[in-house]
Design a protein around this ligand. Structure first.
Ligand code: 6PG
Length: 247
């Protein structure tokens, strides 16, 4: 199935669309299940989305019913500039009335194996049996220039049965200890929204959404919700190498 691709002028427009999706999914989830489970991503791309949710869109959400999780985390303390939790706290969570008990962070201060175990127990609390993880109402993901998403890197195992995985990679010349959710979790979500921009990622992006399926090399291709939707929010620059029928 061809993914749904929405192309925007720039990151600002793209982030507004991502915030509108948050508000819509929130309303629908509350109406149907009375709570909203969202998984955030890290990296540079979602910062503007977080700011918009904390300002222009703040009053459109009853934050007491929002439960926030993360698709992945770097193993650094929460106050470190590399912490995805810290980033979301600084741009969004400290500005909205979300109860602390609804913030389900990956404990980056632990080593990856311990943090991964701890997170899998947190997920279990929200799992509809027989699943051992929640069906997220909304998952935001980014994509790296190499086609990685969350902390699923090229060459990492494709079929992982566990919901969380400790990761130790050499990434951009620095070792990175991380924890990531795995495709079984992402693919049971109700809606997955990728956000990606920039000419530098255009070639990889064209490969990722092509019919050439190579999930080993392009981990973003591992994401295809079984009973949910997948939407790509991208800017013109990253879409510049897409075939006409996807633009
Ligand atoms: C992280 C995410 C990673 C990210 C991509 C894109 O770094 O926290 O794990 O998958 O979404 O690397 O990052 P940018 O948005 O910074 O390009």
């Amino acid at each position: 199935m061809k993914p749904e691709v929405r192309i925007f002028k720039d990151l600002e427009e793209l982030s507004r669309a991502a915030a509108e999706i948050f508000v819509e999914q929130f309303a629908q989830s509350i109406a149907e299940r009375n709570r909203f489970l969202v998984a955030l991503n890290g990296g540079n791309t979602p910062t503007r989305l977080f700011q918009l949710l904390a300002t222009d869109f703040r009053e459109n959400v009853d934050w007491r019913n929002v439960h926030v999780f993360w698709g992945d985390e770097r193993c650094v303390p929460p106050g470190d500039s590399g912490s995805s939790y810290g980033q979301a706290r600084g741009a969004l969570l400290s500005y909205v009335p979300i109860p602390d008990a609804n913030i389900h962070r990956i404990k980056g201060e632990l080593d990856p194996v311990e943090a991964s175990k701890d997170y899998s127990l947190i997920l279990k609390d929200f799992a509809p049996p027989p699943l051992e993880w929640p069906r997220f109402d909304l998952v935001y993901l980014g994509m790296g220039e190499d086609g990685h998403t969350a902390s699923l890197f090229p060459g990492s195992p494709v079929d992982v049965p566990d919901p969380t995985l400790p990761v130790t990679v050499q990434y951009q010349d620095r070792p990175a200890n991380r924890v990531t959710l795995t495709p079984v979790v992402f693919n049971s979500a109700r809606l997955v929204v990728f956000m990606a921009t920039g000419e530098k990622k255009a070639q990889t992006y064209a490969e990722v959404v092509s019919d050439r399926y190579n999930p080993e090399l392009y981990p973003a291709q591992r994401i295809h919700p079984a009973d949910g939707e997948l939407i790509w929010l991208v800017d013109k620059a990253i879409a510049s190498k897409l075939p006409q029928d996807l633009r």
